[in-house]
Ligand binder design. Structure first.
Ligand SMILES: *Cc1c(COP(=O)(O)O)cnc(C)c1O
Length: 377
């Protein structure tokens, strides 16, 4: 059997272990220390904007703290893009709030500005103006940020940017992760860079960052003993994980160009296929890191379905995966309000993510290509 080709594997750069050794040598084996501070500084420099970064234990934790800091409380409503990974929506329920899901638009696959406005006005008419809007940049593709920001500003609702998949992506030259009132990043093992597990909250002010660090370290008041006047969390990033992050930051640009090359590869592979579309930036305003390369397959034109292709790849020990199943179709959220049509649902039915790791070899790509070509009529 051929070795397995994964959808998205961790890809170390080489210097990660040096930072981990440093942590051991200095005995900073704790959820604080020089690697944490320096990793935050690296991210802040990279984002190249007036932001403050708090390194946390996961992207999910970062989203949870974003909602806590924005004051979202039990009984509130929060709008969330339906077409996403469950981690975008779960933190809404952690604070006791109700998610309101909104459909995507077909250009970026991200939240539809029109459906978003419809959701806001309808919820407000029902007496529940949403407390926050969670926008996602799926597979690294920036959302329609101009329009989404305009809607958020018009109704004075804070925008929370889930940039977990979009480190290195830009919209009109500005990095994803700097558009929201608060933004989150993820460094899970499958993301474009990893700390094995980890995330970050990107804030607009130092006060917000200080609050995030305070909440993520059990909310200890200033006192020699342990004194608490707020509920805290154990969400700070480990200094060991942050060491991996520092090494990964040194190769981030290489990782982005490798993932973007995968996208070019799939454009090339599918160029003679009718009925298959490779997910691509709508115009020059958008720059995707192409974290995952994805396609849609119109079975009637292509002569094979998304599932045919997925199973053919699986037979060759090549991992691929349907697009995210929209949250409004998930059993766990079946009582949540939903606004929009069937864009996300249709994408879920016909879409597939293809192997996209930055460490794919030419031999891997050949195997993938031959399997795909075998389906062409
Ligand atoms: C990975 C991911 C998250 C969660 O990040 P973790 O670090 O795994 O908790 C959130 N949102 C999206 C869209 C993701 O892909």
């Amino acid at each position: 059997m051929n070795n397995k080709i994964w959808l998205s594997s961790p890809h170390m750069g080489g210097t990660e272990l040096n930072y981990i050794h440093e942590a051991f040598d200095q005995n900073w084996v704790a959820p604080l220390g020089p690697n944490v501070n320096n990793f935050e500084e690296d991210l802040k420099c990279y984002l190249n904007s007036d932001v403050e970064v708090a390194a946390l234990s996961s992207g999910t934790a970062a989203l949870h703290l974003a909602l806590v800091i924005l004051g979202v409380k039990s009984g509130d409503e929060v709008i969330c893009q339906s077409f996403t990974f469950s981690a975008s929506a779960n933190p809404i329920t952690y604070v006791g709030a109700q998610p309101v899901f909104v459909d995507s638009e077909p250009d970026t696959w991200n939240i539809c500005p029109k459906a978003l406005e419809e959701a806001i006005t309808d919820r407000a008419a029902k007496g529940k103006k949403p407390k926050a809007i969670i926008v996602v940049h799926l597979y690294g593709m920036p959302a329609k940020l101009d329009q989404i920001k305009a809607v958020a500003a018009k109704y004075e609702i804070p925008l929370v940017e889930d940039a977990a998949e979009a480190l290195g992506s830009t919209f009109k030259g500005q990095r994803c992760g700097t558009f929201g009132e608060m933004s989150i990043l993820s460094f899970n093992g499958n993301k474009i860079i990893t700390t094995s597990g980890g995330g970050a909250l990107v804030c607009k002010t130092i006060e917000q960052k200080d609050k995030a660090v305070f909440l993520s370290t059990q909310a200890r008041d200033q006192a020699p003993h342990y004194q608490h006047s707020e509920i805290g969390y154990n969400y700070r990033m480990s200094n060991i994980s942050a060491g991996i992050g520092r090494g990964q930051m040194e190769v981030l640009e290489e990782r982005i160009s490798a993932r973007r090359k995968n996208h070019e590869f799939y454009l090339d592979v599918f160029q003679d296929f009718s009925g298959v579309k490779v997910f691509t930036e709508p115009n020059g305003d958008y720059f995707s890191n192409h974290w995952l390369s994805a396609i849609t397959v119109d079975e009637n034109i292509a002569g094979f379905s998304r599932e045919d292709l997925r199973l053919a790849l699986e037979k060759q020990n090549i991992e691929s995966r349907p697009l995210w199943k929209p949250m409004h179709l998930q059993p766990v959220f079946n009582n949540a309000p939903y606004y929009g049509g069937k864009v996300a649902e249709e994408l879920f039915n016909i879409g597939l993510c293809l192997p996209s790791g930055s460490s794919l070899t030419d031999a891997d790509r050949n195997r993938i290509k031959n399997t795909i070509l075998s389906l062409r009529k």
